[in-house]
Design a protein around this ligand. Structure first.
Ligand code: JFZ
Length: 415
């Protein structure tokens, strides 16, 4: 199949394949591997130049607790997340599943079991969609670097890579997401044989969605550590750490707050994108307390305000303006104003070009009285302080006569 034929086929099926993902909005990223034992970031092997022979010893000292993926899944559900993506093989090259491609895997070493299978079973038990992260870059495989210089090595490494991906897409039932990472050292999709590999993937998993990190655009873009909408019409998912490290790192103590996570969600939904928020479990698989302290309140907030987050949303950027007290998400004729700086008894919103039919507090349905003139909406008789007691982010629902639009520009009202 040519790349053009592949592209046409993938484009044609994308709306149907992506629908659940576009509605889901929020997922949990899991980075867990041998590096978790070091607790010094998942790049420790590279950043500290740990010799392979020394690093390999971690394979036999890793003894995770029983089925920790069930704890992750339970927390993901409580947090309002709809899917999970777990590292099946990170750059360190250790495979968390029972692979035939290398003995450097969880079955043959310390864990003594298939950790990917446990992850899939936990996702299914808790009703979460299944995502596999797979690092193309491999610091352990003998051809992982010289494949860029030696054609025989490239052939061997591609056979290894395609063998791993084939197993992951064949042996675990339905896989919903394939999340490639770091296509180093080969510089092009052609050198990686990405069309051939992803054609195989899609033959094995016809409904799967694939990210953009096998050097093909595929189904969605992956802004990392920043929540920045991609161009209109392009699906995207911001992947974010909670504290600056993907892998377990107890010295990484600056965790995003509940309010910051809600702000990420608002930016994602306002730009028709998703948020994939990471936790790095401890070596035994347990979840750091800081993650619970944030994800439980986030889930409580979403349980009251999920209408403004989930489902097919319209892009707010380009139709609505930035405001000092909050931000927008849109759905059809309804605008949701996520007010994170509560103004007190009145809230004025300038520049609305759309007639507001009804205003209410989303969480409770309580109506809000308002006055609307040509260029100004004034919400009146509001509570003195923000009604949201979880994070101080109150969503105001504005049901309009048509698609909401706001125009403010740089000037002011001419008296
Ligand atoms: C990659 C990984 O290196 C990282 O460990 C984590 O898994 C993350 C989700 O993905 O992070 C990257 C990828 C690409 C670049 C930098 C970090 N880059 O292109 O500069």
């Amino acid at each position: 199949m040519t790349e053009l034929e592949y592209l046409q086929r993938v484009t044609a099926t994308r709306p149907q394949r992506m629908r659940w993902w576009r509605e889901a909005r929020f997922g949990m990223f899991i980075h867990w591997g041998l590096y978790s034992q070091l607790g010094r970031h998942e790049w420790a092997m590279n950043r500290e130049r740990i010799p392979v022979a020394e690093y390999e010893q971690l394979a036999d000292t890793w003894h995770p607790a029983e089925r920790p993926a069930r704890e992750w899944a339970r927390l993901a559900v409580r947090a309002g997340m709809k899917y999970m993506v777990m590292t099946t093989k990170h750059h360190e090259g250790f495979c968390l599943w029972n692979t035939r491609q290398t003995d450097y895997n969880a079955m043959k070493h310390g864990p003594g079991r298939d950790l990917v299978r446990e992850f899939v079973e936990a996702c299914r038990e808790f009703g979460l969609r299944v995502g596999f992260y797979y690092s193309l870059m491999d610091w352990h495989h003998p051809d992982g670097a010289n494949c860029a210089r030696d054609e025989a090595a490239r052939r061997r490494f591609l056979d290894f890579t395609q063998g791993c991906v084939r197993e992951l897409c064949s042996n675990y039932g339905k896989v919903d997401i394939l999340w490639y990472d770091v296509a180093w050292p080969l510089q092009t999709a052609e050198l990686w044989e990405s069309v051939k590999m992803n054609t195989m993937v899609r033959e094995l998993q016809p409904d799967i969605i694939i990210n953009n990190r096998s050097l093909l655009d595929e189904d969605f873009g992956t802004p990392e550590e920043h929540v920045t909408p991609e161009m209109a019409g392009r699906d995207w998912e911001a992947c974010m750490t909670f504290n600056g490290s993907w892998g377990y790192m107890p010295s990484a103590i600056d965790w995003h707050s509940v309010r910051e996570v809600i702000s990420m969600l608002r930016t994602a939904a306002g730009g028709q994108g998703n948020l994939l928020l990471n936790i790095g479990p401890r070596p035994d698989g347990s979840v750091p307390e800081e993650a619970y302290q944030r994800l439980i309140p986030v889930g409580q907030w979403i349980s009251q305000n999920g209408e403004a987050l989930y489902g097919l949303v319209d892009r707010a950027d380009g139709r609505m303006e930035s405001m000092p007290t909050g931000g927008w998400t849109l759905k059809g004729h309804t605008a949701y104003y996520w007010c994170h700086r509560w103004p007190g008894r009145e809230l004025a919103i300038g520049g609305l070009q759309t007639e507001v039919l009804r205003a209410s507090l989303l969480a409770t349905g309580q109506p809000i009285t308002f006055e609307q003139t040509e260029n100004r909406l004034v919400l009146k008789d509001l509570p003195e302080s923000s009604p949201d007691r979880i994070a101080g982010v109150t969503v105001i629902k504005l049901e309009c006569a048509s698609e909401p639009r706001q125009v403010l520009g740089m000037g002011c009202v001419v008296l």
